[in-house]
Design a protein around this ligand. Sequence first.
Ligand code: SAM
Ligand code: DTB
Ligand code: SF4
Length: 321
Amino acid sequence: MPRYNLTSLRALYEQPFFDLLLQARQIYRANWPEHEVQLCTLLSIKTGGCSEDCAYCSQSSHYDTGLEKETLLPLDKILETAQRAQANGSTRFCMGAAWKGVSEHDAKFQSVLETVRAVGKLGMEVCVTLGQLTPEAARQLRAAGVTAYNHNLDTSPEYYPNIVTTHTFQDRLDTIRAVQQAGMSVCCGGIIGMGESELDRLKMLEVLCTFDPAPESVPINCLMPMAGTPLEGQPPVDIFQIVRLIATTRLALPKARVRLSAGRTRLSREGQALCFFAGANSIFYGDKLLTAANPGVDADRSLLEELGLGITKPEPLTPIM
Ligand code: SAM
Ligand code: DTB
Ligand code: SF4
């Protein structure tokens, strides 16, 4: 399989729109013949009060966003939400915590492990996003049954310091390496619409193309501007730019799940249909993301039905070698 660099990614991205779409569609059909979309449900298990200064985030303690800081949710509440998500058709449950990171020595980490074991018994794929990890914490999460770890690059290495100053792009790469070495799959993507250029988006994709193994899933989030954050006034991204990025991601990473992630509330049904055509095959499903709104389950169901798209079954967890 060719590995794409910035030059070849640009060549793909800058093609006439329909040529790019056609090419992406062919690669999508060759790799994903089922015409299915994976439904993932998110739950914020620890909300707000985060030490990091990510300029897009409602949960950063650096900004006054009006969000109440909460403690870790109790296990029964998390299980209840996971069961509801499963009953609604979700096959992947992703738990997020507003932490800089966790290590195996934190008391809170033991609660997370217990939660992962309990959610894993339901038979859904279990994904967590807890910030930076030590290699040992990564190993323990894998042993507890985590299928995938979400840790986004968010933008290009060059643009990253404009968005976050409390940790570095290299810190993100180090955690991703620890996740891979522990045998979890990597869910890694970014946000568009933070004032970066289209080239920055391709530079982020270029870094994703160097991952070995390739990322199992690539979430493409459209910035949801949060009141009180430095990015509150950012305008929405043009739909054709979103579709171009999805198509280019599909071509560069044919076997990755490309997830049309945050920001769907501002996309039309037609816009989302174009994203699916270009190769997006996963969405966040359920009325809420972590702190922000998502389209309702009925609207999503009817959209998928009208487009003739099925729903993916859960992937069984591969045993640890
Ligand atoms: N604290 C952990 C971390 O930073 O990795 C996990 C939670 S963090 C909220 C997960 C991801 O959500 C971020 O990397 C970012 O891509 C996405 N995200 C957060 N706020 C967003 C927003 N306002 N709009 C779009 N995406 C957002
Ligand atoms: C990802 O890439 N997007 C999700 C998930 N991974 C954790 C989070 C989206 C958050 C959107 C804003 C919010 O709900 O606060
Ligand atoms: Fe904290 Fe994650 Fe939000 Fe950054 S994105 S402020 S690390 S919760």
